[in-house]
Design a protein around this ligand. Structure first.
Ligand code: NI
Length: 224
């Protein structure tokens, strides 16, 4: 199992058999390290409809015959565009060939770039080969993160730290305190000036609580 970071909120889970993308924002993403032509994927899980999260979902799904997994309204939209999709909703889980997916709440808005209502924004719990990964999506800090951490032993948590649209550093530090993951990885920052954030400051604060933080650059790989 490999975790590959492609910048912004785009995290790639490579199980060796399946490639699973979250928030595949390639076109227009100044920090993304890959192109659509070398972004082979089997499943795509956009956390919500915004352009920097939904990103190239439709193009990728068409090119690679991938299945889009996500919030009901968003999945139906993809199905209407002619791609394979699997609808879910907040709090529901489903077992896919690569593992189990559960959508969590996220406090954020969600509409597609063409204005279509995309349902609620979500976070994602991915359970693959005995490990649990939490991609918080775009979200504010919320106290139920504590519940997510109590109900699931999170091995890796991907938390937005860019501020303005999502949690900033200090709120994400509090989120990590609630979730208690094995490793915290900051996402959704420094893609654009409006979400400039200090990942090293975040790392210091996480480590001062006795927790582990890995700051990934686009293209970095973690072997799990
Ligand atoms: Ni968003």
């Amino acid at each position: 199992m490999k975790i590959i970071y492609h910048g912004h909120a785009f995290v790639h889970f490579d199980t060796g058999k399946y490639n699973i993308f979250t928030d595949p924002f390639i076109t227009g993403n100044p920090v993304c390290d890959i192109k659509i032509d070398n972004a082979k994927c089997d499943f795509i899980i956009p956390t919500h409809g915004h352009g920097d999260n939904f990103g190239d979902t439709l193009e990728l799904a068409k090119k690679y015959d991938a299945t889009v997994i996500g919030m009901n309204e968003l999945a139906v939209y993809c199905g209407n565009k002619g791609v394979k999709s699997h609808p879910m909703n907040t709090g529901g889980a489903y077992s896919f060939p690569f593992g189990r997916v559960k959508l969590t709440i996220a406090h954020h808005s969600s509409s597609l770039p063409d204005g279509t209502y995309a349902g609620d924004a979500t976070g994602i719990l991915l359970m693959i080969d005995g490990k649990t990964y939490y991609h918080a999506g775009d979200t504010a800090l919320f106290y139920d993160m504590k519940l997510i951490g109590e109900m699931h032993k999170i091995d890796y948590a991907f938390l937005p730290i860019g501020d303005d649209f999502t949690m900033g550093v200090d709120d994400a530090v509090k989120a990590a305190e609630f979730i208690k993951p094995g490793v915290v990885i900051p996402i959704h920052y420094n893609t654009f000036d409006i979400i400039k954030s200090d990942a090293q400051d975040f790392k210091r604060k996480i480590e001062s609580m006795g927790m582990k933080c890995i700051v990934m650059k686009p293209g970095d790989v973690i072997n799990v």
